[in-house]
Design a protein around this ligand. Structure first.
Ligand code: GUN
Length: 290
């Protein structure tokens, strides 16, 4: 296998954002700013939120953090969003998902001003994405495109199979890949796909985003396919200090004796998300200065 480690891909993006931010500030603009909203104390979400804060600090972005208890009232979160939507010193707004039961995720996302929706989850941004207009592109699919570009994986005329149809990854990923310029032939699979292997066996690129370990192994793909593993699954492991280890949605070890190019977990797609968020936040700041 050929391991597509993404540390340098993410570092490259961060360097680019840092340079552009320097220029932006040197032109007399305030530093870009990001407001992050966390409801509850899901351990994975807390880690992600901390990483976003660290990235802001590294780039000199302003960072505002808002924490609500697990049992927060939906109305209180909506009221905060009203305030953040209006505030001139806030360029980007992100509500960390998943939200606790009792809070309507769609209602919250749809309440974010689309011009500040740096996650690209609002219906306006998703709609713009679908018709190929300028928009905030969700960070994980955007990061995957960056990985493909970095490793010179062409998508034009290629068969790409996306496994998983989430609003965060699968759907926007498919919409991006089918666009003019990327020109892939895209198949999107889900849990009801009768024969997954039949779909993947002749794919040039497989993007697996199901949230289930071992969704595919090497027997599902051509010997020279590219596999992008989006999964971040916590598997209980008493031998680890944290009590768990991370694994992707693909059985990584099974690819050992193949020529498949595959992103590892950890060290793959997950490294990209935060840097793409920083890119979107800078973009939001630039647009708001007009
Ligand atoms: N939860 C998992 N991925 C994401 C993401 O990209 N953005 C937000 N806000 N929450 C997430």
């Amino acid at each position: 296998m050929i391991r597509l480690g993404c540390k340098s891909v993410a570092e490259n993006v961060m360097e680019k954002v840092a340079k552009e931010t320097e220029l932006f500030i040197s032109e007399g603009n305030r530093a870009p700013s990001l407001a992050v909203v966390l409801v509850g104390s899901d351990p994975a979400s807390m880690t992600y939120v901390r990483k976003k804060k660290e990235a802001c600090e590294k780039l000199g972005f302003l960072h505002f953090q808002y924490n609500f208890d697990e049992d927060a009232a939906e109305g209180d979160v909506l009221a905060l969003l009203d305030e953040l939507n209006e505030r001139d010193d806030v360029d980007g707004i992100l509500v960390q998902l998943p939200l606790p039961e009792g809070i309507n995720e769609r209602k919250i996302i749809e309440h974010i001003n689309p011009e500040k929706d740096v996650d690209g989850f609002s219906p306006i941004n998703i709609g713009r994405l679908l018709i190929g207009e300028d928009c905030f592109v969700p960070c994980t699919p955007k990061g995957i495109l960056e990985i493909l570009r970095y490793f010179s994986v062409d998508t034009a005329g290629k068969k790409v199979v996306v496994i998983g149809r989430s609003n965060i990854v699968g759907k926007p990923m498919a919409a991006l890949l089918m666009q003019k310029g990327l020109d892939a032939t895209v198949t999107v699979c889900n849990t009801k796909t009768p024969d997954l292997r039949k779909e993947t066996e002749d794919a040039d690129i497989v993007i697996v985003a199901t949230g289930h370990p071992d969704t595919i192994d090497s027997s599902y793909v051509k010997n020279d396919a590219v596999v992008i593993d989006v999964g971040v699954n916590r598997i209980a492991d008493a031998s680890r200090e944290k009590g768990f280890r991370l694994t992707g949605d693909a059985d990584y070890a099974s690819f050992e004796n193949t020529d498949v190019k595959i992103t590892p977990v950890p060290g793959g797609v997950g490294l990209m998300t935060v840097s793409m968020l920083m890119m979107n936040t800078l973009e939001a700041a630039k647009r708001r200065r007009g």
